[in-house]
Ligand binder design. Structure first.
Ligand SMILES: C[S@@+](CC[C@H](N)C(=O)[O-])C[C@H]1O[C@@H](n2cnc3c(N)ncnc32)[C@H](O)[C@@H]1O
Length: 200
């Protein structure tokens, strides 16, 4: 269940699959972010809504229309506004030099998508802009606590730093940590956390 229809199906219940609380790594570091914020694969809105409550202007992009509809409902319930756009990262091109920050929370793509998308993400940042990512690593593959079952979609420090080699790394950590986010992320997980700044 990894295509758009699979995600729409996963999000079609009333509950929020990854909960409504923001991701802990984002909560720890959102103070580094600058406006406006682009959120790659925002899903059902928990992170965009959190940032909006902190005063950020956020555009959440995802290919699940159902997920983004629930994101707008979550924003309404929290009395904040977020922007959402339905798009597939396989062919999405963010506006260059526009964003103070781009976030990517548990957004796992094939290497073919990353190869096209990540240079565009870097260009979408204004000079000095911040990219913040948390994702599962290849070490997550045997675990059943969340994340894709295709190794190509899982990250390593090498894969990430190669893709963002022109950026200045601020934080890069691989670790095992407890991730409890709704029914989707349910325990000890192997993750990578990355924050980098666009040079210039
Ligand atoms: C694990 S969920 C994370 C959602 C959200 N970032 C969060 O932390 O709650 C992964 C998200 O990636 C989206 N996604 C996967 N492949 C995508 C693609 N090619 N284009 C756009 N969104 C995609 C899915 O629809 C899903 O919302």
């Amino acid at each position: 269940m990894t295509g758009k229809s699979g995600w729409d199906e996963r999000y079609s219940g009333n509950e929020y699959h990854y909960g409504t609380e923001p991701n802990a790594f984002l909560v720890e570091h959102y103070g580094l972010l600058q406006n406006p914020v682009l959120s790659l694969s925002e899903g059902e809105g928990r992170n965009a809504v959190f940032l909006a409550t902190k005063g950020f202007q956020v555009l959440g992009v995802d290919f699940s229309e159902i997920g983004l509809h629930k994101a707008q409902e979550l924003a309404l319930a929290n009395k904040v506004a977020i922007q959402t756009t339905v798009a597939d990262m396989a062919n999405y091109t963010p506006e260059p030099n526009k964003y103070g920050s781009v976030i990517s929370i548990f957004a796992h793509y094939t290497s073919a998508i990353r190869k096209r998308l990540y240079p565009l993400v870097e260009q979408a940042l204004k000079p000095g802009g911040i990219f913040l990512l948390e994702a599962y690593t290849e070490a997550q593959l045997p675990r059943s606590t969340g994340g894709p079952k295709e190794i190509d979609k899982l990250l390593t420090a090498d894969k990430l730093t190669r893709d963002f080699s022109a950026m200045e790394t601020i934080l890069l950590k691989e670790m095992d940590r407890e991730v409890h986010e709704g029914d989707g992320h349910t325990g000890l997980g192997s993750v990578i956390q990355f924050i980098a700044r666009r040079k210039g």
